[in-house]
Every structure is written in structure tokens, then in C-alpha cells.
Design a protein around this ligand. Structure first.
Ligand SMILES: NC(=O)c1ccc[n+]([C@@H]2O[C@H](COP(=O)([O-])OP(=O)(O)OC[C@H]3O[C@@H](n4cnc5c(N)ncnc54)[C@H](O)[C@@H]3O)[C@@H](O)[C@H]2O)c1
Ligand SMILES: [Zn+2]
Length: 377
């Protein structure tokens, strides 16, 4: 019998790639349940054209108890990816993010706890943002977990983190799964809530649950009209519309960019391996890439004359560095990232060029909103 899989948020960027893998490589029957958020999909009520035709697409929100219950009753495994994903935006759409991400997940868990169903496995998409700044090392004090930089520090344009104990500059380390929670946005807070509530209900009702903390995922089908996510899509879109990328701070902040195909590898391993049950895993590469590097690589590929603008501005709540320690998922599940950033990024550029109608540069508008709310200085 083919496995019956429900993917919430399956019409989105990561979800749609997972759906392809589940159908084409794993021969599963897949239901996609997605509300087609306007910010991500524009105004549409039909599945996006990239969604695998063999998937059954159902339009609706995970906040709709009855609809979700009906789909859960027809499935064996749930991948829960539905979420609003704008970190900055979550700091002024507080209620929306809590309703959508936390209460949406609560609905799912309530159904799992109370309905009759055959769900054996639940895989939940979380995020590196639950770590905040993550793990650092101080020459004098050893391992420390600094809080976000204060406004006073940022005003002086001293961008690197300082030791919370002695005040000296600290060096970033790889964050592992035991790095403490320190969410610095409502989005991150919602991911922490999703994680903890899912593990609790999973354990209580014998549903094997796995949490995957994705770092910065990039690839085709990333929403281009959503100015709050995806630095590659944002820089690429600007460059292709003849504008230079705008870099916050000094560009030396680092991120762990993981290709969406490698994220799919992790999602499938989480589904198939018993060692994943009840566990939390980082999904990244362990390799830091500076934002400056990203802008330069893209400029070089698209238009070397468009040099990045360093405006020395900063966003409230932005982290400086956060790179994954992926030892756990390597050892327990055999995960291996396979796509280097310089190669994988070409797929994003092809995607931007092929999605002419999605091709709107909303970045300036988003910056204005953040400024207006006092979230960009
Ligand atoms: N892209 C990243 O770098 C990244 C990093 C860490 C975690 N994640 C997580 O991975 C998951 C997928 O993210 P993505 O990058 O593919 O984003 P995305 O916006 O492309 O996909 C999310 C999908 O969920 C849908 N959705 C939103 N609210 C919904 C609701 N209430 N009911 C049903 N569907 C709903 C949206 O319409 C969208 O299609 C999210 O949970 C996100 O938090 C993503
Ligand atoms: Zn110190």
C-alpha cells in the first residue's frame, strides 16, 4: 500500500519540493493543504503551476478544524510546514502570527489527540531562529550565549557580539540542538511553541514526532513577491531589475544557507528513520557565508556593475551569526548536504528569470513599513 501523506503548507517553497520527492521518488499519495497566503502566492485560489499534478490540492487553513480533521483521517503521516514566515513582519502582525502558527498547530495537535485516525508520524518544520544569537566563545569566559545586541551597541555601529559576562568581543561557534531557546521575534517564539507542543502531544499519544530546525533555505519557488523572506531572492530580484542589493550593517554577518534539495533529504530521512522519532535536528550545512559574499556572488553572476550599497542601517531583532552544528543529523540519520551555495544559487536565478509576473520589487515598500514601525534604524 502506498503511504498516505498530508503536507500542510505544501504549495509553498519547501513544501512543493517535498511533495515532488514524495511522489516521484517515494511513490506516496500526497494531499496538500494550503491556504495560499496572498503575500506568498499573490491573489489565487488554484494551486500554483509548479505544484506536482499528482498531488491532491485542498485549499484551506490549518485553523479550519473540520477540514483539517477530515484530511488527517485520510492520512498516515503529516508534514506540518504551514506557517507565516516573515521574521520582521511578525513583530507588528503579532496576533496574526500567533493565530496562524501557534493556534494553527494547536488545531492540528488537538485533532491528533481527540479524533480517530491512523497518523503514525508527525514531522514539524522549525527554524534556527529559536536559538536567537546561539553559541559563542569568549577567550576568558568560555562558551557563552549572548543576548541580541542592544540598541545602544547598534547605534555605535559595533556590530559584533560582546560577552555577556566580561564585555569582550566573542567569536561565533556552531549552534547545536542543546543550545538554549532564545527566540528574538514573534515568528521564532511561534516556532518554539510549535516544537514543544508537538513533541508533548506526540509523546503522549504515541505519535512519532520529529522537529527539523531549518537554517536559511534557498532554491527555486521561493516567493519573490514576499519581501520578508529569502535574502537570495531579494538580492537577485533587485539585481535583475537593475538595482543594487542593499546590505544592512557591514555585510560581515553570516548565515548558514542550505539548498532546498538538501532540506528535502532531511525531511525524508525524518520520515523513514526510526532514529528520528522524538528528536530535534538542525538542518543546515555548518558552513558560514557572509551576506557580503551573497551580494557579491549574485552581482558577479547578474550585473557586475551593480555594486552593493552598504547603508549601515540595521534591523531590530536581526541576529549577527547563526550557523548549524549538524553532527546530530549526520550521525543519527546519515544526512549529508550535497549542494554547494555557489552552484545551488543558479537555480534561484533561473527561477527569478522565469517568473516574470511575480517579478515585483517590494523590497523598498517593506523597508518603509519597517522604518515606520521603528524596526529599522
Ligand atoms: N525558508 C526558510 O529559510 C525556512 C527556514 C526555517 C524554517 N522554515 C519553515 O519551513 C516551513 C515552510 O516555509 P517556506 O519557506 O516553504 O515558506 P512558504 O511561505 O513558501 O510556504 C508556507 C506555505 O504555508 C501556507 N500557509 C501559511 N499559513 C497557512 C495556514 N494557516 N494554513 C495552511 N497553509 C498555510 C502558505 O500559503 C505557503 O504556501 C515554514 O514552517 C517555515 O517556518 C523555513
Ligand atoms: Zn567573557
Amino acid at each position: 500500500m502506498k503511504k498516505r501523506i498530508l503536507v500542510t503548507g505544501g504549495a509553498g517553497f519547501i513544501g512543493s519540493h517535498l511533495v515532488d520527492t514524495l511522489i516521484e521518488e517515494k511513490e506516496c499519495n500526497v494531499i496538500v493543504f494550503d491556504s495560499l497566503e496572498e503575500q506568498v502566492h499573490g491573489k489565487r485560489t488554484k494551486a500554483p503551476s509548479y505544484l506536482n499534478e499528482k498531488a491532491e490540492f485542498i485549499l484551506g487553513s490549518v485553523s479550519d478544524y473540520n477540514k483539517l480533521e477530515e484530511l488527517i483521517k485520510r492520512s498516515d503521516i503529516v508534514f506540518h510546514l504551514a506557517a507565516k514566515v516573515g521574521v520582521g513582519q511578525s513583530m507588528y502582525q503579532v496576533k496574526d502570527y500567533i493565530e496562524n502558527n501557534i493556534l494553527g498547530t494547536a488545531n492540528l495537535l488537538d485533532i491528533l489527540a481527540n479524533s480517530e485516525h491512523d497518523i503514525k508520524k508527525l514531522i514539524v518544520a522549525s527554524s534556527n531562529t529559536v536559538y536567537g544569537e546561539g553559541k559563542y566563545s569568549c577567550d576568558d569566559c568560555g562558551i557563552v550565549f549572548p543576548k541580541l545586541r542592544t540598541m545602544d551597541q547598534l547605534k555605535t555601529k559595533e556590530w559584533e557580539l560582546l560577552c555577556p559576562k566580561c564585555g569582550k568581543k566573542v567569536e561565533p561557534l556552531l549552534s547545536n540542538e542543546t543550545t538554549p531557546f532564545d527566540p528574538s521575534s514573534i515568528y521564532a517564539f511561534s516556532k518554539q511553541a510549535q516544537e514543544q507542543s508537538s513533541l508533548l502531544i506526540g509523546e503522549t499519544y504515541g505519535i512519532k514526532t520529529t522537529i527539523l530546525r531549518f537554517f536559511l533555505v534557498y532554491g527555486s519557488r521561493q516567493a519573490l513577491s514576499n519581501p520578508y523572506t529569502g535574502v537570495c531572492a531579494i538580492f537577485g530580484t533587485r539585481l535583475l531589475s537593475g538595482k543594487p542589493p542593499i546590505i544592512f550593517e557591514d555585510g560581515h554577518q553570516t548565515r548558514d544557507f542550505v539548498n532546498v534539495q538538501d532540506v528535502c533529504q532531511a525531511l525524508i530521512l525524518a520520515m523513514e528513520k526510526n532514529a528520528a522519532n522524538g528528536e530535534i535536528f538542525n538542518v543546515g550545512t555548518g558552513i558560514p557565508i557572509t551576506i557580503k559574499d551573497v551580494a557579491e556572488i549574485l552581482s558577479e553572476k547578474i550585473n557586475p556593475d551593480l555594486k552593493p550599497i552598504y547603508n549601515q542601517q540595521y534591523r531590530v531583532g536581526d541576529i549577527r551569526h547563526c550557523i548549524a552544528d549538524i553532527s546530530r543529523i549526520k550521525v543519527k540519520l546519515g544526512f549529508r548536504p550535497t549542494i554547494p551555495f555557489k552552484e545551488g544559487i543558479d537555480e534561484v536565478l533561473n527561477w527569478i528569470q522565469s517568473s516574470a509576473n511575480n517579478f515585483q520589487d517590494n523590497f523598498t515598500k517593506a523597508i518603509d513599513i519597517l522604518k515606520d514601525k521603528g524596526l529599522l534604524k
